[in-house]
Design a protein around this ligand. Structure first.
Ligand code: ADP
Ligand code: MG
Length: 697
């Protein structure tokens, strides 16, 4: 048995491995690329490629792949073996610098939203040296960006790297104004808490809805749900524990800092939290985590369900994006400082986030939009579709006192005059916790809680990084030209609080009263994906993303098209699956059971004429009536699906699915679930909610 420290990163071509295996000058040149973004020389790449190959082969690898994240939101790989023929009819194992740096996968089937016309189907992958190469299934995986022949990004990683550059540039400008000439780079750090369900595989395989759509489309409520809250942080069942131990080991080998595993609120629901790291690495690691969760679950005869809302009436799964900004000198810019002067800088960065979230709320909403997550946002367990920020009482009080120019009374003794009005000392752990806010300050970082569990986390971080970069740009421009820095800073902070305090809300985000209050404050409540997507291609969005070189106008349009198209496709598959299960399973089962009841009643009447057959006859009647309703509703759904095909254009189609198909699906489900409550378990064609949710023992 190896120890954890030996296992950790053993399948990663990480810094320690590079230091050990690369010639000194190669290592140094590569570091320059990784740390300062310098262009990599092909000779250096050749040496690195060779060392990577030798390392991978020693560990049993035979293939390599450029590992990338197309706009489907999952990862893609195309495996090539290292073999290369020799004149004597044998092979040698080869891997060139060119193969490391650039690849050309046959990419015509990945969605490009029109960015890559079919006659120009080529797409290129380009090595991202800032994310380490790793070994998976005897294959050397090289994290790469994916773009078209003309340089448009076709993936999730490229915009993320661009947004990290944008915030780096603007944060450095602000830090210079505070005299931090020692800081040479700033990066955003991210910690992603991942929720998921574990379902017994034999039961899962009996439900076509789970197989085709990842969620249950039917299912009456079980007698026991999550009302006792006895699962949350409860003791972990042995089978789940074995899964978690196995998963941790796989993730550690890949250098993923898996830290805590615990049960969540819903039965069969769990969470994994890693230790935070640089944003693009955290996003890569999260993709690997989701992949490993599914693989490892199978080994334990379970299925890891990552859908945002696999079960109606039971908590769905999210992914919390913990986000902060760090300097290369190790300072977290969202950490309240030790001195009031540091606090002035902290407050400025805090204001940048507050202003960014208020100015670009629609874009944050877009960044978490999907057909799956629409079921979760606004349900009782998830933050609403309205964006607001939780800062906690103390911080809010401090901001309020700055705005009004009154001294802050919280900690009288420690008030110090520094020109930025009266800034008290305050400490990170004084922030209280709130679990219902979509965007909460948690002491030294922000936690964005709206993302759904399947989402690639590139999108939300692209929006956050770019929006905050834009605010920092405005701040730097304003402060740069100021005669008196301190009073300009004071004015700026005051003004930002005044203009953007509407986004701050410390109360219960799950309360209906908040939705009304939000409306009064002018905050949009964009419930469904088709409602929020137009914001993505608005002038405001185009101006934000193009001015920071994060997305071109064409790239925005392509993401817009892909998201809406995939929304319509997902709902379409769900509707067809419902029809399939209704016609092939549910209605025939109800029919068969009805016949059984009718037969039984007739037999009873003949044999025991004086005994009533209330159970059989009343159930038969209810069943028959509900069955008739269900059948009519199935016909309605069928009609809606056919009509959706008539819609013209991506937006109209998506809206048709939202306004007509989804309501028809909901109606059909109500009838089916009523029938489930009336039908004998022996006749019901698939496992119930109770079976699924309590099936892992
Ligand atoms: P909780 O939200 O359950 O109280 P923690 O505050 O310990 O948990 O952290 C939750 C997540 O936030 C973890 O994944 C952790 O690594 C991450 N995190 C902590 N500090 C930072 C930071 N500076 N930047 C980004 N993520 C962070
Ligand atoms: Mg959390």
């Amino acid at each position: 048995m190896s120890t954890v420290t030996e296992i950790f990163g053993s399948n990663v071509f990480d810094d320690a491995t590079m230091r050990e295996r690369l010639p000194k000058d190669t290592y140094k040149a590569l570091q320059k690329t990784i740390k300062d973004g310098q262009l990599l020389d092909i000779q250096v790449a050749t040496v690195v490629a060779n060392a990577m190959k030798d390392w991978a082969i020693e560990k049993g690898a035979t293939h390599y792949t450029h590992w990338f994240q197309p706009m489907t939101g999952v990862t893609a790989e195309k495996h090539d073996s290292f073999i290369s023929p020799t004149p004597d009819g044998k092979v040698i194992m080869e891997f060139s610098g060119k193969e490391l740096v650039r690849g050309e996968p046959d990419a015509s089937s990945f969605p490009s939203g029109g960015l890559r016309a079919t006659f120009e189907a080529r797409g290129y992958t380009a090595w991202d040296p800032t994310s380490y190469a790793f070994l998976k299934d005897k294959t050397l995986c090289i994290p790469t960006a994916f773009c078209s022949y003309s340089g448009d990004s076709l993936d999730k990683k490229t915009p993320l790297l661009r947004s990290m550059q944008a915030i780096n540039k603007q944060a450095l400008r602000v830090l210079k104004l505070f005299g931090h000439d020692d800081v040479s780079s700033v990066r955003t750090t991210v910690g992603l808490e991942q929720e998921y369900f574990l379902i017994d595989k034999d039961l899962f395989d009996k439900r076509r809805d789970l197989i085709y759509t990842g969620r249950t489309l039917f299912g009456a409520r079980p007698p026991k749900g999550q009302e006792l809250e006895d699962h949350y942080f409860g003791s972990i069942k042995p089978r789940v524990h074995e899964f978690m131990a196995d998963l941790d080991e796989e993730l550690w080998k890949l250098g993923v800092l898996a830290k805590t595993e615990h049960n969540e609120v819903a039965p069969s629901q769990h969470e994994l939290a890693p230790i935070f790291t640089t944003a693009n690495i955290a996003v890569d690691h999260n993709q690997l985590t989701m992949e490993m969760m599914q693989k490892v679950a199978k080994r334990h005869n379970m299925v890891c369900v990552l859908h945002e809302k696999p079960f109606a009436g039971v908590n769905g799964s999210g992914k919390h994006n913990n986000w902060a900004i760090s300097t290369n000198t190790g300072v977290n810019l969202l950490e309240p400082g030790e001195t009031p002067y540091e606090n002035a800088q902290f407050l400025l960065f805090l204001c940048a986030v507050v202003k960014a979230v208020d100015d670009y709320q629609e874009l944050l909403r877009v960044s978490v939009a999907s057909a799956g997550n629409d079921h979760r946002l606004g349900a009782n367990e998830a933050p609403p579709a309205v964006i607001s920020i939780f800062l906690g009482d103390e911080l809010t009080e401090i901001l309020t006192s700055i705005e009004s120019g009154k001294p802050y009374g919280g900690r009288k003794k420690e008030q110090l005059k520094i020109g930025v009005d009266v800034l008290p000392r305050f400490f990170k752990d004084t922030t209280d916790r709130n679990r219902t806010s979509p965007f909460a300050f948690t002491g030294n970082k922000f936690e964005f809680r709206m993302p759904g569990s399947t989402l690639s986390m590139a999108g939300p971080n692209v929006v956050l990084n770019t929006a905050v970069a834009e605010e920092l740009r405005q701040f730097a421009d304003e402060l740069d030209g100021a005669n008196d820095f301190t009073s300009a800073l004071n004015d700026l902070i005051k003004r930002v609080i005044k203009e953007h305090k509407r986004i701050i809300f410390n109360g219960n985000g799950y309360d209906d009263a908040w939705i009304e209050e939000a409306l009064r404050r002018g905050l949009p409540n964009l419930r469904a994906t088709p409602d929020c997507m137009p914001a993505f291609i608005s002038d405001k969005s185009v101006s934000l993303f193009t001015s920071h070189n994060v997305y071109s106008k064409a790239e925005l349009q392509s993401h817009y098209d892909i998201k809406l198209d995939s929304y319509a496709k997902v709902v379409n598959i769900e509707a067809l699956t419902m029809l399939d299960m209704s016609k092939k399973d549910i209605l025939p089962a109800v029919s068969a059971y009805s016949e059984k009841l009718a037969e039984t009643a007739a037999t009873k009447k003949a044999v025991l004429p004086d005994v009533d057959c209330n159970y059989e006859l009343q159930t038969l009647e209810k069943l028959s009536r509900t069955e008739a309703t269900m059948y009519a509703r199935a016909c309605d759904l069928e009609k809606a699906v056919l009509e959706a095909r008539e819609a013209v254009g991506i937006a109209e189609t998506a809206n048709y699915y939202k306004d007509h198909v989804i309501p028809a699906m909901n109606e059909l489900r109500v009838s089916a679930d009523e029938l489930e409550m009336l039908t004998s378990k022996a006749y019901w064609p698939f496992p119930s909610y109770g079976d699924l949710l309590f099936g892992v023992r």
